[in-house]
Design a protein around this ligand. Structure first.
Ligand SMILES: [Zn+2]
Length: 154
């Protein structure tokens, strides 16, 4: 019996996580599988069964964090809308596509915030109700070459 098989003789999944210092049981099981594959030696059937149970529980029985739906064929930028149970259940009849997200999407912060002065942004001159999340000021206009004198005035 090799060293890695001695390490794999663990009964408890929590010990497997502690041993490999991974964030999830799935990541720990995959690391152990890769180590066993890299060693190139036979693996006991109990280890394979334990890995399979960890993967089945972690990958296929995980509840989605959020459901989203969109119109079929809509590929615009913000087409996915958070769905409730009716949206998911009647998606086919309403011609909607449904997806399940297993992690909450990150909340994007604007690159630069608008500075509102009387309903208009001070920097980009956008109207408040039309402005997007990012403040993108227009580039400075280059000076008109016709206004530049051929000789210096001073
Ligand atoms: Zn702005």
């Amino acid at each position: 019996m090799t060293d890695y098989l001695a390490k794999l003789a663990l009964e408890d999944r929590e010990q497997l996580i502690d041993l490999t210092k991974h964030s999830s049981p799935v990541a720990a099981a995959i690391t152990e599988m890769r180590r066993a594959g890299g060693a190139g030696q036979a693996v006991e059937a109990t280890d394979v069964a334990r890995w399979a149970s960890v993967l089945l529980e972690g990958l296929y029985q995980q509840k989605p964090a959020r459901w989203e739906h969109r119109a079929v064929g809509d590929f615009s930028q913000h087409c996915w809308i958070q769905a409730d149970a009716n949206d998911v259940f009647y998606a086919h009849a309403r011609k909607r596509e449904v997806r399940a997200l297993y992690e909450h999407p990150p909340v994007l912060k604007p690159l630069k915030s608008h500075v509102w002065v009387e309903g208009r942004c001070r920097d980009c001159d956008e109207v408040r109700f039309l402005a997007g999340p990012d403040c993108i000021p227009p580039p400075p206009t280059p000076p008109d070459p016709r206004t530049v004198l051929p000789v210096k005035a001073d």
